[in-house]
Design a protein around this ligand. Structure first.
Ligand code: AMP
Length: 177
């Protein structure tokens, strides 16, 4: 691994002004995904960080958390659990509502997705205000999972999202703005 890798990932993120609302600068990671080296480095760097830890499941947050989370689950050899927008999961779910940087939303998880006491790493592409991550943590805990940490490719530090997350929740991120 070289120190250049996070910088390569950072250089591939595209700023899209005024999306999805005026005043928001959207950090577009599709330009990371389409670059095979940058995408690979993102997953490899996360895997390197967690390879020695005991993890039973990766829980990825819809939708971009599915992309990095499922690749990471494959690489670490653990199962993947989707945390989805309402109405998408077919079986019985637990639901939670939360505030976004740009609006309100809800998340759901299958109530039987995690056996009590199993060790879960939550993955999303980006930490902004922290509402989504906070909700995902609550959901996983609610159905009996033990959170071993939460990982992001990008953290928007100026939004102070990490302050919303429980103090004992280890936060990992590859790059920050
Ligand atoms: P938040 O709940 O504010 O931390 O928002 C996190 C979720 O919204 C993540 O799933 C991100 O994909 C998305 N998101 C929020 N703000 C941005 C942004 N400025 N650029 C890209 N994605 C964002």
């Amino acid at each position: 691994m070289t120190v250049k890798e996070p910088e390569l990932i950072k250089s591939k993120i595209r700023d899209v002004p005024d999306f999805p609302r005026e005043g928001i600068i959207f950090k577009d990671i599709t330009t990371v995904l389409r670059d095979h080296e940058a995408f690979k480095h993102s997953v490899d760097l996360l895997a390197k960080h967690f390879e020695k830890q005991k993890i039973d499941y990766i829980a990825g947050i819809e939708a971009r958390g599915f992309i990095f989370g499922s690749a990471l689950a494959y690489k670490l050899g653990v199962g993947f659990i989707p945390i989805r927008k309402p109405g998408k999961l077919p079986s019985k779910t637990e639901r939670i509502s939360y505030d976004l940087e740009y609006g309100k939303d809800s998340l759901e998880i299958h109530i039987d997705a995690i056996e009590p006491g199993k060790r879960v790493l939550i993955v999303d592409d980006l930490l902004a205000t922290g509402g989504t991550a906070e909700a995902a943590i609550k959901l996983v805990k609610k159905i009996g999972g033990v959170i071993i940490g939460i990982a992001f490719v990008v953290e928007l530090e100026f939004l102070k999202g990490r302050e919303k997350l429980p103090e004992d929740c280890k936060i990992t991120r590859l790059i920050s703005f």
